[in-house]
Write a protein that binds this ligand. Sequence first.
Ligand code: SF4
Ligand code: FES
Length: 143
Amino acid sequence: MEEKRIYYKSNKITVSYAPEKCIHAAECVNGLPSVFDTSQKPWVNVNAELPMKIIEVIKKCPSKALKYKLPGEVEKKEETKMEKTKITVMPNGPLMIEGNLTVKKMTGENIKDGEKLFLCRCGHSASKPFCDGAHKKANFEAE
Ligand code: SF4
Ligand code: FES
């Protein structure tokens, strides 16, 4: 399925954002609040900082909801080769699973394929088994 992305452009950098991938880990808003500010519309201001600084923060986005490209470049592709399946427990958030992944129903029906998926650990997601960011609103605290 084609991923829905919203684009924010200047003549030095283009940032794209896929809302459905965002797990609200807040790396962006905490890392560079002058650029990523959810109280503003649009919430991404690509003119507020140097491209280098914006790129630094985008590289920390765990879900790849944020991506960038520089003039004349194609959008950075996510890494495709993965040797082992890796599960990372995100602090007070979902399980991040990286690998060559397929999620299926008990009936065998395919739900989702991917190389990086986030599974809900808090129980509040409206799109289980996937995290939809609801852990933030629910103030989920892992023991
Ligand atoms: S997942 Fe990415 S876009 Fe969403 S809040 Fe975290 S850093 Fe920002
Ligand atoms: S862990 Fe994110 S919605 Fe449950």
